[in-house]
Design a protein around this ligand. Structure first.
Ligand code: MEV
Length: 306
């Protein structure tokens, strides 16, 4: 069985599309899985357990099939008569990289079936292609953090850099329960970016500076500063119009309840927010998020690197 973790963007979403740095980490508490469950079916199919057992065949217009085609092309194989079962704990359209994680596990399940080794680099390329179908101009950060499954300091079209994390950090991921398509938010920011009468470019640049500062704060284990940078990053994302009332409420509630800082994470307009918390504040912030309407709160630890 192949598996892949969800991701959260700590700093820099949206600005990363315009060449600014961003920082993202995998979330191993939420995973997608795929395995070949039958080699004796009439035609290739993907059984999507979390979509009411939806069966996807090549008769459908389904972006996931692009992943299958690209993988088979790399493997030099024709479509096999197999059924691949896909399951996922990662909420869809919520900024946690569900699409990239599902694509990743399908690529790996196919490679395993043919007993073929695909390097992370190739898997990343294939998944990136499928991301383009979900939203036209992905930066590549989601597929990169998910395929390599490690914390990254990411700049579009540059070699991936790992980041040093000095001390373990605790994060809460609060789900607004509202789904939102990344492509809409990315498209709206693109329109603003082109419109010279707005200060969108400056906002994007400021977000890039925040990511740079956050990298240093992570290296120094400075949770207080990271929290402040998260709050500032959230305000700038709100200025980019990608927040929502629910996200703003959860961010405010988290900081009022004692989080070091909080921000939306991912495409925005819905989906998830993250809050950086101390051990002492964790349960209070978690309860405050739930009381304010979060449909779920997942905790994750950013482990220190060596
Ligand atoms: C989505 O998880 C992150 C965005 O920055 C889009 C992208 O980087 O492709 C909003």
């Amino acid at each position: 069985m192949s598996s892949a973790s969800a991701k959260i963007i700590l700093f820099g979403e949206h600005a990363v599309v315009y060449g600014q740095p961003a920082i993202a980490v995998p979330v191993s508490a939420l995973k997608a899985y795929a395995k070949v469950v039958s080699t004796d079916v009439e035609q290739f199919q993907i059984i999507a357990r979390d979509l009411n057992d939806k069966i996807i065949t090549f008769d459908e217009h389904e972006p996931l099939l692009r992943v299958v085609h690209l993988t088979l092309e790399h493997l030099g194989k024709t479509i096999p008569d197999i059924a691949i079962e896909v399951r996922s704990d990662i909420p869809i359209a919520s900024g946690l990289g569900s699409g990239a994680a599902i694509s990743t596990v399908i690529v790996r399940a196919l490679a395993d079936y043919f007993d073929f080794f695909l390097s992370d680099e190739i898997v990343n390329q294939i998944v990136f292609e499928s991301e383009k179908l979900h939203h036209g101009t992905p930066s590549g950060i989601d597929n990169t953090v998910i395929v390599y499954e490690k914390a990254v300091y990411f700049v579009r079209e540059q070699a991936i850099e790992s980041i040093k994390i000095a001390t373990p950090l605790k994060l809460l991921i609060g789900n607004t329960g509202r789904t939102a398509l990344t492509k809409h938010a990315v498209g709206d920011v693109a329109r603003l970016y082109k419109d010279k009468s707005t200060n969108t470019k400056q906002i994007v640049n400021q977000i890039g500076i925040i990511s740079e500062k956050a990298r240093v704060a992570l290296e120094n284990g400075d949770a207080e500063l990271l929290g402040k940078l998260m709050n500032h990053n959230h305000r700038l994302l709100r200025d980019l119009t990608v927040s929502s009332d629910e996200l703003d409420t959860l961010v405010k509630v988290a900081t009022d309840a004692g989080a070091y800082g909080a921000k939306l994470s991912g495409g925005g307009r819905g989906g998830n927010m993250i809050a950086l918390v101390s051990d002492e504040a964790q349960s209070i912030v978690e309860q405050a998020l739930l009381d304010a309407g979060a449909v779920s709160v997942v905790s994750t630890i950013l482990e220190a690197t060596d």
